[in-house]
Design a protein around this ligand. Structure first.
Ligand SMILES: [Fe+2]
Ligand SMILES: [Fe+2]
Length: 280
């Protein structure tokens, strides 16, 4: 069965079709009659871009949230206006408070960056939450990884991202970071949100749980932009060891890491910008 993956929201607009870019990510997956939305962007572009692309969100009965950051969840209320009784798949920690801390001329700034809605308000709109940390099939041929176990010594690449612990802010361990594995005619396709757990941990988890050890394609946010050149080299080795034929980077991959991958892998790499579709 053909699988169509369309980027509805991303940092840049990839087609000249009345699409707008915003910092965030949302990806629509279509397989036969089934539709699943993965993330919702931060809320400015989802409905507009879906309309421009002729995608009817009222026909989408399922949405999965890769994690609780606002740039992946902020369009959820708009989505529920279009599809009020959708099932929302996510990790139970998707609602915890999230923060970014960064230096500015005025001193250390702390910005709230979690999901901008209360669960009750979304339920009043009709949302039906299905929260679990487990790896599970959430639609035919679509597996949600659930919580990604971390290797010994794991630490985040992005020290700006925090949670609250008592009166303190501590590094966010991202228990809710999850990805999708699509079973397509061309082989397994891995769809990432922000990959805060790290590409290696995600691939290891999928391999351990499903036996899948190669991917036809990897799409989405890799968070490599917050990594070092050494991290990019390791990611490159991983992509080669997984025999990935198509890498469509976007969002938190960032210009320099995406350019590095494109220089190394040539036309196997392309941008997954808003409006771009892939067929598998
Ligand atoms: Fe993000
Ligand atoms: Fe994120």
């Amino acid at each position: 069965m053909k699988t169509t993956v369309t980027v509805l929201c991303e940092n840049t607009a990839g087609v000249p079709m009345k699409i707008i870019g915003e910092h965030g990510l949302s990806i629509l997956i279509e397989r036969g009659e089934d539709r699943l939305l993965f993330d919702t962007g931060q809320g400015m572009s989802l409905l507009r871009n879906a309309s421009s692309l002729g995608k009817d969100l009222s026909q989408v009965a399922r949405v999965a949230l890769s994690h609780g950051h606002f740039d992946h969840t902020g369009g959820l209320a708009d989505f529920l206006d279009a599809s009020p009784h959708a099932t929302v798949f996510a990790h139970p920690d998707v609602f915890i408070e999230r923060f970014a801390q960064f230096e500015s001329p005025a001193g250390t700034q702390t910005m709230s960056i979690g999901i901008p809605f209360a669960r009750e308000d979304l339920e009043k709109k009709g949302a039906q939450f299905d929260l679990s940390p487990a790896l599970r099939e959430i639609a035919p041929g679509i597996t949600f990884t659930g919580e990604i176990p971390r290797p010994e010594g794991w630490k985040t690449w992005d020290n700006r991202l925090m949670i609250r612990e008592g009166d303190d802010f501590v590094s966010d361990p991202f228990p809710d970071d999850g990805s999708l594995v699509l079973d397509t005619d061309r082989g397994p396709v891995l769809v990432l949100g922000c990959a805060h757990a790290g590409l290696h941990a995600i691939v290891d988890h999928v391999r351990d749980k499903t036996g899948i050890d190669h991917f036809h394609a990897i799409l989405g946010g890799t968070h490599l932009g917050a990594g070092t050149r050494d991290d990019w080299e390791k990611a490159l080795d991983l992509l080669e060891s997984c025999r990935v034929e198509k890498i469509a980077t976007s969002h938190c991959t960032g210009f320099h890491a995406a350019s590095f991958l494109a220089c190394q892998l040539g036309d196997r790499v392309s941008p997954a910008a808003a409006g771009v579709s892939f067929e598998f």
